[in-house]
Design a protein around this ligand. Structure first.
Ligand code: HEM
Length: 410
């Protein structure tokens, strides 16, 4: 065990790490030392297969890691898509090396170049009207049912699913099935369907392959067609790549955005002056402050491919480094008054979507748009919404998740 081990009582690999709260005070203590700390862990704990990993808490260090994909590999990384209560006991039946998030150059760049065509600012802007209408309908439906409800399932979960379906050109008639599978995969079960998370993931892959094949045979003016026909090094996405990409979107685009919306609602209601300001001015800066404040993805990992040094600490080839975005986003060296929730904060160089580098969130502008549209619809139709009790949190070491948030619609 290196001398720089995390102090007694800290175990960042425990799924209970965030069960009750985000350990902001503990992160602040680590940041004050300005160096990475070693977190030993019992072998075989879900999600981390090694003896331990480095806890990286400083904004500057996370930027350094994200920027250098050659030194810090995403490929050998094992800790995503697992050890999250919502995925149940089964590890998802997906092969991680097929996910963009776990690829290194040159494969990563090639695949990313193909799929990023589906996420250009123009494409995202083109979805705005359809998604605005969706957001308005989601809020109107909840309001019509009236009384008390669960904000997570009734409001926050729906738009991210619709956005992905719109984006990927999933026909309206198939959305019900796709949504049920996504929800099952993420542990938000729909009692109508009875499948475990691994089966649900396999269903999504199977469905997506069919969709890709259909578009290859009968091209249409949509993104699926563009993705399967794209010409990068003489090829587009294979059916298989398309299927895994849909899985990635379901995981990366769903739970993240729903938690941003849920935590955003809590933050706005807990800071009434900010909620009033939002209702009147709708600042464009609000979405980023909500992502900073919520930091839906607590941490992602990389693996050092050769010996190096970070913050004065020796990192050896093969060591894992975990980038704690939730710590970086409250780094006093970067943010003025980081503990205040300020929807007009600008600049806001938060790392909620990852550091600048090859893996920077592909859906960042879509996510910002979704968050803005959702709160616009709530501010317009449901300005008197209140929360009833505390959010019920997800047990996870890498997602800042909420399973249920009781609210009164008004
Ligand atoms: C990657 C966060 C929404 C698609 C990432 C990463 C983070 C992140 C932290 C990893 C960055 C890295 O490893 O350096 C978030 C948050 C979201 C959000 C907080 C919502 C508030 C979305 C949406 C989509 C999406 C809506 C798509 C519909 C992706 C994809 C990647 C990714 C495909 C992998 C990119 C790559 O490996 O090249 N996201 N994300 N995300 N995100 Fe997001």
């Amino acid at each position: 065990v290196p001398e720089t081990a995390v102090p007694e009582g800290f175990d960042f690999s425990s799924p209970d790490l965030m069960a009750e709260r985000v350990p902001l005070a503990e992160f602040a203590a680590l940041r004050r030392t300005a160096r990475p700390w070693w977190n030993a862990q019992p072998r075989g704990r879900t999600g981390f297969d090694d003896d331990g990993f480095w806890v990286v808490s400083k904004h500057a260090h996370i930027k350094e890691i994200s920027r250098d994909g050659e030194l810090y590999s995403a490929g050998a990384n094992g800790a995503v898509i697992r050890f999250n209560e919502s995925f149940g006991r089964d590890e998802l039946d997906v092969q991680r090396e097929n996910l963009l998030l776990h690829m290194d150059a040159p494969q990563h760049a090639k695949l990313r170049q193909i799929v990023s065509r589906g996420f250009t600012p123009r494409v995202v802007r083109g979805l705005r009207d359809a998604l605005r209408e969706r957001a308005e309908r989601i809020v109107a439906d909840a309001l019509r049912r009236g009384g008390e409800g669960d904000f997570v399932s009734e409001i926050a979960a729906e738009l991210p699913l619709q956005a992905i379906a719109e984006l990927m050109g999933v026909p309206q008639r198939d959305r019900g099935r796709l949504f049920a599978w996504s929800n099952q995969m993420l542990g938000y079960d729909d009692p109508e369907y009875d499948a475990n998370p691994a089966c649900a993931a396999a269903e999504i892959i199977g469905y997506s392959m069919g969709l890709a094949e259909r578009r290859r045979r009968c091209p249409a003016h949509d993104i699926v067609t563009r993705l399967v026909q794209a010409d990068v090094d003489g090829r587009g996405l294979s059916d298989d790549e398309f299927g895994y990409f849909m899985i990635l979107l379901s995981v990366a685009g769903n739970e993240t955005t729903r938690n941003a919306i849920t935590h955003g609602m809590v933050a706005l209601l807990d800071h009434p002056e900010q909620w009033e300001l939002y209702k009147v001015e709708r600042p464009a800066t609000a979405a980023d402050e909500i992502v900073r404040w919520a930091t839906p993805v607590t941490a992602f990992q990389r693996t050092a491919v050769r010996d190096t040094e970070l913050g004065g600490v020796e990192i050896r080839a093969g060591d894992r480094v975990a980038m704690y975005y939730s710590s970086a986003n409250f780094d006093e060296e970067v943010f003025e008054d980081p503990a205040s929730f300020d929807i007009t904060r600008s600049p806001n160089p938060h790392l909620g979507f990852g550091g600048t580098g090859a893996h920077y969130c592909l859906g960042a502008s879509l996510a910002r748009m979704e968050i803005g549209l959702m709160f616009d619809a709530i501010a317009d139709q449901m300005p008197g919404i209140t929360r009833v009790g505390e959010p019920r949190r997800l047990r996870s070491a890498w997602l800042n998740g909420v399973k249920e948030l009781r609210v009164r619609y008004a």
